[in-house]
Write a protein that binds this ligand. Structure first.
Ligand SMILES: [Zn+2]
Length: 288
């Protein structure tokens, strides 16, 4: 068995307590294939009418301005740890009407996952979260709950391979969208990423909370420009009216702190960056 760090890409024969390459704990996962599951043997069957309808239908992917998807789509989000892939996957699911499922194997369902959901404003009762589960358990819940979309975070840690994801779309009638969250480390691509990008209908590269469209099989709707790159922030702005009152107070405190820092810089003679969103310093302050 081979173990690999998804932060730095170092490999180990046995599971280390922490990664000697980058010093991280909890970043090392086991490479390999998952055990064969019953779902793998399910027959892929469709009608010509279904397939044509899926090919004809194109709509915007939730939470991703300028990104189109068809009636069925495998969407890959690839990027280094902490880049915002999980937040984007959450947003895509939350913007998709109908029961959805988040398979969170890198981060077990618990307080920190709860905080992320709260921060992103996700409170839907039909947004299911699954922790560790094998392929048949995941498929069974997707079927029972008639989920229309599932995100798997990450496919490397959950041991889902590209063709198995495509198979899931083919055998679960309600499922229209799979969001495959894929780790990429600093040494380059990690197990299976090339296969995933090849199999993907849509691939987004996520770096520093910015998403960039790198592959798509679906053209934008007529009249929209085809030549400019599609890039958008993972965390789209939240309107002030949507913020709870304690966050508004926190914002006010932050502005006051920034003003104190700016005044200190001004009086010490260094020139701070102009920021039009900051309130003016009090009358009489030395502008440098
Ligand atoms: Zn490492």
């Amino acid at each position: 068995m081979v173990w690999r760090c998804f932060q730095c890409g170092d490999s180990y024969d046995d599971r280390p307590a922490f990664c000697a390459g980058c010093g991280q704990t909890g970043s090392v996962y086991q490479l390999g294939r998952r055990a064969r599951a019953e779902i793998d043997g399910a027959l892929e069957i469709a009608t010509a009418a279904d397939l044509v309808r899926q090919a004809d239908h194109v709509e915007q992917l939730a939470g991703c301005p300028g990104v189109m998807v068809g009636g069925q789509a495998l969407v890959v989000l690839a990027g280094p740890p902490g880049s915002g892939k999980s937040s984007l996957a959450t947003r895509i699911l939350d913007g998709t009407p109908g029961p959805v499922m988040y398979v969170s194997v890198e981060e077990a369902p618990g307080p920190s996952l709860g905080q992320r959901l709260a921060r992103l404003g996700v409170r839907r009762p039909d947004f299911f979260v699954i922790g560790w589960g094998d392929a048949d358990q995941v498929a069974a819940v997707l079927r029972q709950r008639r989920c229309v979309a599932v995100a798997i975070d990450s496919v490397q840690v959950a041991h889902w391979h590209a063709r198995e994801l495509r198979h899931l779309l083919a055998v679960l009638p309600s499922l229209r969208l799979i969001v495959a969250v894929s780790q990429v480390n600093k040494k380059g691509e990690i197990a299976g990423t090339n296969e995933l990008l090849h199999e993907a209908d849509v691939a987004l590269e996520v770096v520093d909370l910015q998403a960039r469209l790198v592959k798509t099989r679906f053209s934008p709707v007529q009249g929209e420009s085809n030549d400019k790159p599609v890039v958008f922030p993972v965390l789209l702005p939240v309107l002030p009216s949507a913020l709870p009152s304690d966050e508004v107070r926190l914002q006010g405190a932050t502005v006051r702190q920034l003003r104190v820092v700016r005044n200190a810089l001004v009086s010490s003679g260094s020139q701070p960056h102009r920021d039009a969103s900051l309130p003016e310093p009090p009358v009489g302050a030395d502008r440098g």
